[in-house]
Each structure stands twice: as structure tokens, then as C-alpha cells.
Ligand binder design. Structure first.
Ligand SMILES: Nc1ncnc2c1ncn2[C@@H]1O[C@H](COP(=O)(O)OP(=O)(O)O)[C@@H](O)[C@H]1O
Ligand SMILES: [Mg+2]
Length: 83
């Protein structure tokens, strides 16, 4: 889940991507594609939910801070190319 105030951008999103596969994310402008990618890379902090990458799992909840080591660990294995 990701909210910007009253704007509930990512709602009940569940996505699994297997290692070594390619996934295309398509949808209308403003639909939340970039927000999802930014959440995966923790450029945005998800409002709630969890991200699992291999054996690593990070849980999110309103008001909960994510530790810098966990952020760095995840970012070492992810990247985002801006449009
Ligand atoms: N940092 C932000 N602050 C407030 N609203 C945002 C922010 N980033 C994105 N949004 C809003 O989230 C929604 C989804 O935007 P975005 O993820 O950029 O969509 P897409 O990449 O699919 O075009 C839009 O309504 C946008 O205005
Ligand atoms: Mg975008």
C-alpha cells in the first residue's frame, strides 16, 4: 500500500517476480507504476505491506521507520532507471 495523503496510489498490490525473469509493468499515466518502482527501491517508503528480496524481508507500517542498513542492503540489489 502507498498513500500520498488522501491519494491511495497503491492499493492491495501483490506482485511476485521470479529471479531471472523480465516483467513489463503497463498502465495509464498516473496509475502508480513509478511509485511502485520507487517503493521497491525505497525511494518512497510504502505505507504498509512488505517487500521480500530473496531471503530478506522488510515490513512497513504507518509510523514505522526502516533502518538505514536494511535500505542499503535492498538498494545494493535493485536499481531504477528514470524516464
Ligand atoms: N511524491 C509524491 N507526492 C504526492 N503524490 C505523488 C507523489 N508521487 C506520485 N504521486 C501521485 O501518485 C499517483 C501515481 O503517480 P506515478 O506513480 O508517477 O504514476 P505513473 O508512473 O504510473 O504515471 C499520481 O496521482 C501522482 O500525482
Ligand atoms: Mg511513471
Amino acid at each position: 500500500e502507498k498513500r500520498f495523503g488522501d491519494n491511495h496510489v497503491l492499493r492491495d498490490i501483490s506482485l511476485t517476480m521470479a529471479e531471472g525473469t523480465v516483467t513489463a509493468l503497463v498502465g495509464p499515466s498516473g496509475g502508480g507504476k513509478s511509485t511502485l518502482l520507487r517503493c521497491i527501491n525505497l525511494l518512497e517508503t510504502p505505507t504498509s505491506g512488505s517487500i521480500r528480496l530473496g531471503e530478506e524481508k522488510i515490513d512497513f507500517a504507518p509510523g514505522r521507520k526502516v533502518g538505514w542498513p536494511a535500505i542499503q542492503k535492498l538498494r545494493r540489489q535493485t536499481g531504477m532507471v528514470f524516464q
